[in-house]
Design a protein around this ligand. Sequence first.
Ligand SMILES: [Fe+2]
Length: 230
Amino acid sequence: MTGAASGDGLYPSYVDLDSIIDVHRLRSLDGCIRERLQRRLAAERDLAFYTGPFVLDEQAPTLPGSRLVYLARSDRPDDYYDLNQCERWSASKEAEEFPELMELIATLPFAATARMMIMYDPDGSAVTAHRDHVSTELCHEFIWMRTNRDKPFYVLDPESGEKRYIAGHSAWFDTVNQYHGADATGELAWSIRIDGRFTDEFRALMPTAAENPASRAALWAKWGTVGQPG
Ligand SMILES: [Fe+2]
């Protein structure tokens, strides 16, 4: 367990995954996801998102207003350390409301999936910059994606405070050695995050990170020239 790394030019960073995703298909889901989220809002069915304790600004809210639709459920209570425990997770009842999204998820380069969720906020409040956990030996393999680019989502270097906004529709990024968060939009905004175990073929595209496994996405963003997506 260490604090955030710095000084190596790795942060802020993310790997753009748009070249391995059918972005046209992803964008085509925008309207139906909006409609179903609005329906869920009207019914007040979803739980609030908790950033966890590892926030950049301790005065900032750890319940920033986002809500979660769990497309998969674990057999244990929420724990960030279970995100990649694929055997613990199975498709939820809510997933049946988003069949087009689930079909798209099935095309992603996962050998198996674990936690899957839509994070949304009816008021588009800022998401407090946070790290997901502080165990540098634990690398969560996930794809963050969005059907529109309305949510200004960023990664942030803890040393310099520099932000980098995600430009495209999808990304994988280091959630441990840098912070991530979103600016306010003032209106309904959402993103999707799928955790799991990448396929061996996909893993073969990226460098290994023996000393700080959580930095693998950052190393790929910096050094991944061969097979580099996007
Ligand atoms: Fe997070």
